[in-house]
Design a protein around this ligand. Structure first.
Ligand SMILES: NC(=O)c1ccc[n+]([C@@H]2O[C@H](COP(=O)([O-])OP(=O)(O)OC[C@H]3O[C@@H](n4cnc5c(N)ncnc54)[C@H](O)[C@@H]3O)[C@@H](O)[C@H]2O)c1
Length: 256
């Protein structure tokens, strides 16, 4: 049965940026699909994600770590291997944002965004890949890029963000080609506007009023939960022939 084939039972997963938003929703989905899930974030509120996973009967480890610090990320992965023996799935999702006109942006700000979004994704994916290669695990690595890796959004000024996410898409393709010989698959997801910046639901009179919603053919923001199915699919065996691909989930924003 297809749901059995999609099961992640006896798999172990590592998710970054799991304290909130897309990372949290997808960490919970991986656990619901049967995986043991280690969650990491800069914020210690990531422990609440682990708690939620335990409440639904899953196994979870929570760790605070900065994805730009290779030593910290390696220590996180080592702990997963020490406690659970292996690593099958890595969701490199943590990221940051900027909105500064290019002509005014301090170089440090440009470099910060590239460091977190692109170098951080590389540090995390490489640490996972090294474990998978060493242990002969045909794992799955999923990176969170963005529709902004495909188009330059307006009106916000986010050239560093856009460039970093375009870089994540090509990083995914490059690793997919390099690590195909180990049976490791790497794919990227490119969300459109997912309303993670507020936990408050929109008031009924506010729904559909922003440019972001009006420029989206489905006329609404996406929810973090709407990325769960794709991440579970990419993590598991039913996507076995999928590697080096990018999946846009944007309510149609980039379709025209
Ligand atoms: N929300 C959107 O509209 C949208 C669209 C496209 C792509 N994305 C991407 O999705 C990913 C998740 O974003 P989100 O919308 O869930 O935002 P979010 O702010 O809800 O979650 C991001 C999490 O990453 C963590 N984080 C940030 N920097 C970190 C670091 N250096 N080390 C470890 N953790 C760090 C934060 O603490 C936070 O918990 C990001 O890569 C983001 O760029 C978001």
């Amino acid at each position: 049965m297809i749901f059995d084939k999609m099961s992640l039972k006896s798999r172990t997963a590592f998710v970054t940026g799991a304290a909130h938003g897309i990372g949290k929703a997808c960490a919970i989905a991986l656990a619901e699909a049967g995986a043991d899930v280690a969650v990491a974030d800069l914020k210690d509120t990531v422990s609440a994600t682990a708690e939620q996973i335990r409440e639904i009967g899953g196994r979870a480890i929570s760790m605070t770590a900065d994805i730009t610090d290779e030593k910290q990320i390696r220590e996180c992965m080592d702990r997963v291997v020490r406690e659970w023996g292996k690593l099958d799935i890595c969701f490199c999702n943590a990221g940051t944002f900027q909105d500064v006109p290019a002509e005014e942006m301090p170089l440090e700000e440009f470099e910060r965004v590239i460091r977190v979004n692109l170098t951080g994704a590389f540090i995390t994916a490489r640490a996972a890949g090294k474990i998978m290669i060493e242990k002969g695990i045909p794992g799955s690595i999923v990176l969170t890029a963005s529709m902004s890796g495909h188009i330059a959004n307006i009106p916000q000024c986010q050239c560093a963000y856009n460039a970093s996410k375009a870089g994540v898409i090509m990083l995914g393709k490059s690793l997919a080609v390099e690590w195909a010989r180990y049976g490791i698959r790497i794919n990227t997801i490119s969300p459109g506007y997912i309303r993670t910046w507020s936990d408050e639901p929109l008031k009924p009179e506010e729904v559909g009023t922003s440019n972001f919603e009006q420029w989206t053919p489905l006329r609404r923001f996406g929810q973090a939960e709407e990325l769960q199915g794709l991440v579970v699919y990419l993590a598991g065996d039913t996507s076995g022939f999928v590697t080096g691909s990018d999946y846009v989930i944007d309510g149609g924003y980039t379709a025209f």
